[in-house]
Structure formats: C-alpha cells, structure tokens
Design a binder for this molecule. Sequence first.
Ligand code: SAH
Length: 236
Amino acid sequence: MNERRFFVKNVEETTVVSGEEFRHAVSVLRIGKGDEVVLCDNTRTEYPGTVLAVDKASFTVRVNGKRENEKEATADVTLLCGYLKGDKTEYSVQKAVELGARRIIVFRSEHCAAYMNENKLARLNKVSVEAAKQCGRSIAPQVEYFGDFAAALAATDAKNKLFACEFATETTFDLHALRGSTAVVIGPEGGFSEKEARLAAAAGYATISLGKRILRADTAAVTMLSVVMWELGELQ
Ligand code: SAH
C-alpha cells in the first residue's frame, strides 16, 4: 500500500492535521495512534512522522525527520487548459498531477461553455491533492483560475511555450529538442478562435498540431503532457 501522505501548510516538529486531510485520514484511512505517516508541505521535502494522538477534529504527528521526495519531476511543466463542462476538468487536473505537472492554470476563453465558481475551484484543488497522494508526490499543484485568456497566457514565464491548436496545419516547434521549463495550452471543448491563436502567437507561444484528428480537450491535455514529459526525460 502507498504511504499515507498528508498535505499541510507548515510542518513543525509536532504538526496538527485538521480539515479535509483529517476527515480523509479518519474516515477512509482509519488513522490511529502510533501509525506512520508522511507529511508534505508542497515542497520537494517530505517529513516522515508518527501519529501521537487522534482527536475529534484533528490528529497530531511527531515528525521524525525529513527527506527529499523522489517522485517529483525535475522538469518544470505548466498546464494551461480551458475550463470544461461537467467533471472533465477534474479529469485533466488528475492526469496532469500524475504526469508530474508543477502548475495548473484553468482559464476561461471565447468558446468556453462552463462557468467557474469558488466551490468548483476548491473541488479541483481537492482533486489535485488526492492525485498527488495517490502517485506519491510531495507537491500538489495549486489549481489557479484566470477569467481572462490573455492574462492566463501571460501568467507563465516558461522557457518553452506551446499552444495546441486544432486548426493548425503545422507544428512550429521541434519537440525532440525540448529542454527546460515548458508550458502547454489546451483549449476548451469549443476550441480556440482565430483571434486567440493570434494572441498566443503574439505572447510567444509556438503552435503545435496533434495531427489530423480532433481530440477531445481532456485527451489533448493528457497527450500533450505525455509527449512533453517524455521528451524532457520524465517518463523514462
Ligand atoms: N470544437 C473544436 C475542437 C476543440 S478540441 C472543433 O471542433 O474544432 C479542444 C482542444 O484540444 C483544442 O482547442 C486544442 O487545444 C486541443 N486539440 C484537439 N485536437 C487537436 C489537434 N489535432 N491538434 C492540436 N490541438 C488539438
């Protein structure tokens, strides 16, 4: 079984875990006094510890040491994706975390059919934490939301900026030569407008075609991240 990992804001010698992480710990994992756990504070460092006590709304961990998490990707990869209907964005977030993305930006664009709200954003962040735990990461990327597409494009200073465009006829970037921090942009179900493609080009994004078939947005996100992570040596 996976180590039992919990995400907290700050790790101290004695750390109290409450809120969602506590609820999950007692109702699903049935955490008890004396159990070994790992605390993560969204850095590459993780902290093994022992549960000292379980109370009504929190449990307390004595930290026994610290070590570098070995599952985190070395590559710094950001996914920017259009907000999708239903639980499709949750799927994209989950897969992006598994594939090792460092940062996830969800944006609203011209052909977006879904509306974001605080609860939905909180839900996406919960999905990120769950996925990070499941695959043994010590960083659960925070999911950020941008209501403005141009602002989303400008929110990354990645060295390589890639724009997956369903109406592109060619790819203007040599993916085999990919090195360094990388951002990939995937549109919503409705795709991108010509104007948005021009905006991305003006913001320094290279155009990527994923071939003749139009992929669903969630498929395109997984495909782009897989290709990028492979080329960066993270899936080998
Ligand atoms: N509704 C659009 C398709 C949108 S697909 C249409 O029918 O044309 C959703 C997103 O996935 C796109 O905006 C793009 O970012 C990505 N995508 C899907 N297929 C692609 C392809 N063949 N090449 C590049 N990107 C693709």
